[in-house]
Design a protein around this ligand. Structure first.
Ligand SMILES: *[C@@H]1O[C@H](CO)[C@@H](O)[C@H](O)[C@H]1NC(C)=O
Ligand SMILES: *[C@@H]1O[C@H](CO)[C@@H](O)[C@H](O)[C@H]1NC(C)=O
Ligand SMILES: *[C@@H]1O[C@H](CO)[C@@H](O)[C@H](O)[C@H]1NC(C)=O
Ligand SMILES: *[C@@H]1O[C@H](CO)[C@@H](O)[C@H](O)[C@H]1NC(C)=O
Ligand SMILES: [Zn+2]
Length: 549
């Protein structure tokens, strides 16, 4: 799971609210599929040791690689090699490794900025400390060297629409545009600035609260293509006022020197050789850890579960009496989730452009996301389809609700407790959901507390030994160096893997999965109620309106 610095507080509150909902009722008309299973061998064919052996390997890799498996380190490359080798030895699946570029970002020296208003030259103070600086650098700004005066143009309103940029006078091409914070993500402003060919972009704080006066740290995203600086409210306002005043001439000079080196990062996918490639079920997990630790629960547990699931399905499909699924199953390990869902985002944006049969976005029926699955003070968390972001395309909604019900049904029938968890798009299923593909998955908990209500409810079904502890975080080692194999709750992890096997098997054995996940009439009704929004695949975070910065 990625953590958004700006939003940690909000996420916590949200997780607490949503996971404290007791979900003990099942909407039976939605889950008849799982009652007609012709074969239920998949879940029973996987045991916890099949998963733990991978976690031990991932732990060994982290230990031998400076303690982590983060992208751009040797530990990450070794993780990819381990996954690829295991799959080629233990499955009959077709394995593909694709690389995408991740931008490094580093300032090579402090940026400079000076302004001239009616001949009065001022040199402004740069600092990453908002208390000191008049301006700061946004993450992922590109480089620029503007050594002679360039005119500033103030973009009307908040620079969030083409209309704003077209109304600017003088027109922004080749000039330095100044834009106030608010109305949309900084990334959207950056995208428009680059569309209108600015020489540079000056963003400034909006002064709406005492915290919004100073030039804080902001992020323009990996896709940013413009040189930009973030100014205090006072500096930004004075430059914008001067630029808007026909009796004044306002210009700037600036330098920004960054290292924007590109680094190749891999996604790995393994496909069943049977099943219709134009009807593919994608099971995803992320292969990187945060730099802080070995990432065994986060997200070794998802990756290891995915490996065990792939190997078990490959064996089953080789036994003559196990019915091959009508659909292709594709297991994927995404790179760079911790840096902002970059691997999965890349995968989906390539699929949107692809015309290769089996690789087009239309060839994907559903995405199952394996999140942290073995949290020590676990919950059995099921993504709640009803809490999909309001911008989710109508096509993805009914199927996502059915995925929720499918998982609920397995926990209910196995007399296990469960909780809803928030389905906010902030993990690798986000790009699929945004592209209109149904999604679902499981999550055993991160830094939210397990509540007394949850502990009592889990105790009633599992006994006190397995109920966990109230008022302690679900994973006390979340994003820390103690996220080791000793941090894993094996009981929880095994159930989560079996629940996933059950879901894959239920989907695989459906006779018409597409109609089940995409009921035409229901989708039409949802679209009528909330007409689809203009959807641009630029950045997933921006799409779901998350980091407003
Ligand atoms: C674990 O990986 C899954 C799959 O990529 C991802 O959706 C999830 O956010 C990750 N969990 C955490 C807590 O990082
Ligand atoms: C990881 O692998 C990539 C792709 O092969 C390579 O370019 C990169 O240098 C490797 N990184 C490390 C730290 O070994
Ligand atoms: C910017 O360009 C000027 C003039 O070409 C040059 O003298 C200066 O060294 C450059 N500055 C940087 C930071 O590259
Ligand atoms: C619960 O834990 C106690 C103490 O470790 C142990 O003696 C007991 O056998 C356990 N009960 C069950 C049902 O596992
Ligand atoms: Zn994480």
């Amino acid at each position: 799971m990625i953590r958004s610095i700006q939003f940690v507080g909000i996420i916590l509150i949200f997780i607490n609210l949503t996971t404290s909902v007791t979900g003990m009722t099942v909407n039976n008309d939605q889950i008849d599929v799982s009652r007609q299973l012709s074969d239920v061998r998949y879940a029973s064919s996987i045991q916890i040791n099949d998963v733990m052996k991978h976690l031990d390997e991932l732990q060994a890799i982290a230990t031998a690689s400076s303690g982590n498996r983060a992208v751009e380190t040797i530990g990450f490359n070794r993780t990819l090699d381990y996954i690829t080798n295991f799959l080629s030895v233990n499955t009959k699946f077709k394995i593909t490794k694709t690389f995408f570029n991740l931008r490094n970002f580093q300032l090579l020296r402090n940026p400079t900025l000076s302004s001239t208003v009616n001949g009065v030259v001022k040199t402004h103070i740069y600092s990453v400390n908002p208390a000191i600086g008049e301006f700061n650098h946004p993450l992922y700004t590109t480089s620029a060297n503007i050594s002679s005066d360039i005119l500033i143009t103030a973009i009307p309103n908040l620079g969030c629409s083409d209309d704003d940029w077209l109304a600017a006078s003088p027109a922004p091409a080749g000039l330095v545009a100044i834009v106030k914070r608010g109305g949309c993500a900084f990334q959207s402003k950056g995208t428009l600035a680059s569309k209108y060919n600015v020489a540079a972009l000056l963003l400034y704080n909006d002064g709406t609260t005492p915290n919004n006066m100073r030039p804080t740290k902001i992020n323009l995203g990996q896709n940013n293509r413009v040189p930009a600086l973030f100014l205090s409210y006072d500096l930004g306002k004075s430059l914008a006022t001067a630029a808007n005043d026909p009796s004044q001439v306002a210009t700037v000079r600036l330098t920004i020197v960054t290292d924007n080196e590109l680094n190749p990062v891999g996604n790995i996918c393994a496909d069943t050789t049977t099943g219709d490639p134009t009807q593919t079920i994608v099971i995803g997990s992320h292969s990187d850890s945060v730099p802080a630790g070995p990432g065994i629960n986060d997200n070794g547990s998802g990756s290891a579960a995915n490996l065990a699931l792939a190997a078990a399905l490959s064996s089953l499909l080789q036994t003559s009496n196990y019915p091959a699924y009508k659909y292709r199953i594709r297991f994927c390990w995404w790179g760079a989730e911790e840096l902002g869902l970059i691997g999965a985002d890349y995968y989906v944006s390539e699929a949107i452009k692809s015309s290769v049969v089996g690789e087009r976005i239309a060839d994907y029926l559903v995405n199952i996301n394996l999140d942290m699955l073995g949290s020590p003070n676990f919950i059995f968390g099921i993504y709640d389809g009803k809490t999909a972001p309001s911008t989710t395309p109508a096509t993805a909604k009914p199927g996502s609700n059915k995925m929720t019900a499918l998982f609920q049904d397995w926990f209910d029938r196995n007399q296990l407790p469960w909780d809803y968890t928030n389905f906010d798009g902030r993990s690798d299923y986000g790009p699929f959901l945004a592209a209109g593909i149904a999604a679902g998955g499981l999550f055993s908990g991160a830094d939210a507390m397990k509540t007394t209500e949850q502990v009592n409810r889990y105790a009633a079904m599992l006994g006190r030994n397995l109920s966990g502890i109230a008022s302690i975080r679900q994973d006390i080692c979340y994003h820390q160096s103690c996220d080791k194999t000793t941090n894993i709750n094996k009981f929880a992890l095994e159930k989560m893997v079996k629940a996933t096997a059950h879901a894959i098997e239920s989907l695989g054995q459906q006779s018409d999965l597409e109609s089940w996940l995409y009921p035409t009439r229901e989708i039409e009704e949802i679209s009528k109620k909330s007409p689809p929004q203009q959807y641009q695949y630029d950045s997933i975070n921006e799409y779901f309106g998350l980091p407003y910065n």
